[in-house]
Design a protein around this ligand. Structure first.
Ligand SMILES: [Zn+2]
Length: 308
């Protein structure tokens, strides 16, 4: 089984922050990003040389890939003509759709995953922070797109990342808690998760969220790893923990409408029958689940009649 938590690995891309102010952004190969989607062909990121690039509303420096500098390019709307979902023959695709394909391609997929999540996260931040938070004047990008500067009071505004915790909870029989959140599509199950609040540590956020959503006390909390999650601006921080009193399970029906502890045999059957749909392969939630399961989960059986 592939190591789900490669804590010893640095980034595949050198972010080269010292070059953000030096590089001519118009002279770099570009990844195209628009509305949380990236330009792809056959599940791979498309990188456009300067002569092939559409007119840009914004360019953001992503870093060094070998001896090349790369940028994220947000095209002007006019670049799309009558086709809002692509340029030429290539398609814009959302990150959730791309995760499994990135995961399957090993190191090259990890590289594409890093570039795509960085491009989407920083483009989302620019799109949602057009004005100075203090005086309300429009701001302009600076430092290769990693700062927005207010021209009136010269204050600098930096990109934000909102941490959220996610926790795989097992009971004394080593069954795993799976939960369905109210806004999700039917039959989708995952772990409990929630945003970290100001003034709180990650571990305190885990204990609070699980108490609020499921009334469960936790012990033996362990950090697993994390994943950039730019939907629109998060990083998911993953833990596992044990609940010695699974019988205390009581749901906050506003947030979580269904939850139960399942054995490995039960989850395999629920997935195969189509009764339960999991987070996509390559997502942190799926890695947590398969780490507990001990390998890849079986796919849904093709002959099942449940309509997903
Ligand atoms: Zn200002």
């Amino acid at each position: 089984m592939r190591n789900p938590w490669p804590l010893d690995l640095p980034s595949r891309i050198d972010r080269a922050a010292e070059r953000r102010d030096l590089v001519d952004l118009e002279d770099c190969d570009a990844i195209v990003v628009r509305d949380g989607r990236v330009l792809t062909a056959d599940g791979r990121l498309v990188e456009l040389a300067p002569a092939a690039q559409p007119s840009a509303a914004l360019r953001i420096y992503l870093g060094r890939d070998g001896d090349r500098d790369l940028v994220a390019l947000v095209p002007e709307d006019a670049a799309f003509g009558a086709d809002p979902d692509g340029i030429g023959g290539e398609r814009l695709r959302g990150l959730r759709d791309l995760l499994a394909g990135f995961w399957d391609r090993g190191a090259n997929g990890e590289r594409d995953h890093e570039l795509a999540t960085t491009a989407v996260a920083i483009a989302n931040w620019h799109a949602s922070h057009p004005r100075c938070a203090l005086c309300g004047e429009p701001t302009v990008p600076a430092q290769g797109g990693w700062v927005r500067r207010c021209e009136r009071d010269e204050r600098e505004h930096y990109p934000r990342t909102d941490p959220a915790i996610i926790v795989a909870i097992t009971d004394p029989a080593d069954r795993l808690l799976i939960a369905h959140a109210t806004p999700w599509s039917p039959r989708r199950f995952s772990h409990l998760a929630g945003y970290v609040e100001p003034g709180e540590t990650f571990e305190q956020a885990v204990h609070r969220e699980v108490r609020e959503e499921a009334s469960l006390p936790l012990t033996r909390l362990e950090y697993l790893g994390s994943q950039a999650w730019p939907f629109p601006a998060s990083v998911m921080v993953a833990f596992r923990a044990v609940c010695e009193q699974p019988q205390a399970l009581a749901l906050d029906m506003d947030e979580i409408s269904e939850a139960r502890f399942v054995s490995r045999a039960e989850i395999a059957e629920l997935v195969a029958s189509g009764e339960v749909v999991l987070a996509p392969k390559g997502s942190v939630a799926r890695r947590m689940l398969e780490d507990w399961y001990g390998g890849d989960l079986p796919e849904r059986r093709p002959d099942t009649s449940v309509d997903v």
